[in-house]
Ligand binder design. Structure first.
Ligand SMILES: Nc1ncnc2c1ncn2[C@@H]1O[C@H](COP(=O)(O)OP(=O)(O)OP(=O)(O)O)[C@@H](O)[C@H]1O
Length: 286
């Protein structure tokens, strides 16, 4: 996020909470169209340095949730609190990586210039910018591609540029919205491992939205499973797999299979409309 708007909330959270969703509701109210209640009630917290995945049935409101957290959408009720401040617009300490890397990078700029842009907007001096860019490029193994343009790179490499741009910015929270949905399976596995290694190495808090159950269990320390729309929390699943993960050994681990099966079952139930009771918004009738 390039610009910052945040208001101090009276209730300062515990310092280890990076992201706090307090009774978030979102109803789309477009003039001339029927209202769409996307999120009915979500309350959860993400501790500093956690990697949390969000899954849910199609149309459950995953993108709505992510955009609300990113300050790109106003919530109807409740609040999103980042580092103790209510999010009322794109906050300074947040970076977002979207699925459509092709549209999020500027084709007329080199890789280096793309990564530099938000740093420039943040007012970081040139020498420091170059240092941050070089470090980020090294983190994603793209040092050699610094002077190339995005359209000269593969889809996986472009997504690595988008990740480099996000981490160069040193966000407190990194939001990722189905970032690997458009790349092939092998590249996807490599990018998943890149996210795990960056997360461990940089200590950044990551919220990763995906429709892929295996990906969520492989990456996350927790998997937040959403109900069908209007969305409530189906279950917050703790992923008790070892911190060291590997595409081969982790995915063939018995516990991985159990967790995967559990999340799969939750999504199937959510799709059938099975949902836990949620606090009702005022005036709403179940
Ligand atoms: N701008 C909008 N105006 C009205 N309704 C919207 C708008 N954006 C999304 N919706 C509706 O809100 C609900 C949740 O959409 P959202 O895109 O957040 O779900 P999702 O879980 O990300 O879906 P998918 O998995 O298919 O990407 C859907 O019913 C969708 O049609």
């Amino acid at each position: 996020m390039l610009s910052g708007r945040a208001a101090q909330t009276p209730a300062a959270p515990a310092t280890d909470i990076a992201l706090d969703l307090r009774g978030v509701q979102k109803t789309y109210d477009t003039p001339g169209r029927p209202e769409v209640e996307a999120i009915r009630h979500l309350d959860f917290q993400i501790r500093r340095g956690e990697l949390v995945c969000v899954v849910g049935p199609s149309g459950a409101g995953k993108t709505t949730l992510l955009r609300s957290i990113a300050g790109l959408l106003d919530v109807t009720a409740g609040e999103v609190v980042l580092d103790g401040k209510a999010v009322t617009g794109p906050p300074e300490g947040m970076a977002v990586v979207f699925q459509e890397y092709g549209r999020s990078l500027f084709p007329w700029m080199t890789v280096r210039q793309n990564i530099e842009l938000p740093l420039k907007e943040k007012g970081i001096p040139k020498a420091e910018r170059q240092e941050k860019i070089d470090r980020a490029l090294k983190e994603v193994s793209l040092t050699e591609a610094a002077e190339q343009h995005p359209w000269q790179l593969s889809g996986g490499m472009q997504q690595r540029v988008a990740i480099a741009r996000a981490i160069a910015f040193e966000p407190s929270v990194l939001l990722m919205d189905e970032p690997f949905a458009a790349v092939d399976a092998q590249t996807r596995a490599e990018l998943e491992d890149l996210v795990r290694s960056l997360w461990k190495h940089l200590g950044v808090t990551v919220l990763f939205v995906t429709h892929d159950i295996d990906e969520a269990v492989y990456l996350g320390e927790r998997v937040i499973v959403l109900s069908n729309r209007p969305t409530v929390l189906m279950e917050d699943v703790k992923v008790d797999l070892p911190a060291e993960r590997d595409q081969l050994t982790t995915r063939s681990d018995r516990r991985f299979g159990e967790l995967r099966g559990h999340v799969y079952e939750l999504i199937q139930r959510a799709k059938r409309g099975d949902r836990p009771d949620a606090p009702q918004p005022e005036g709403a009738g179940f």
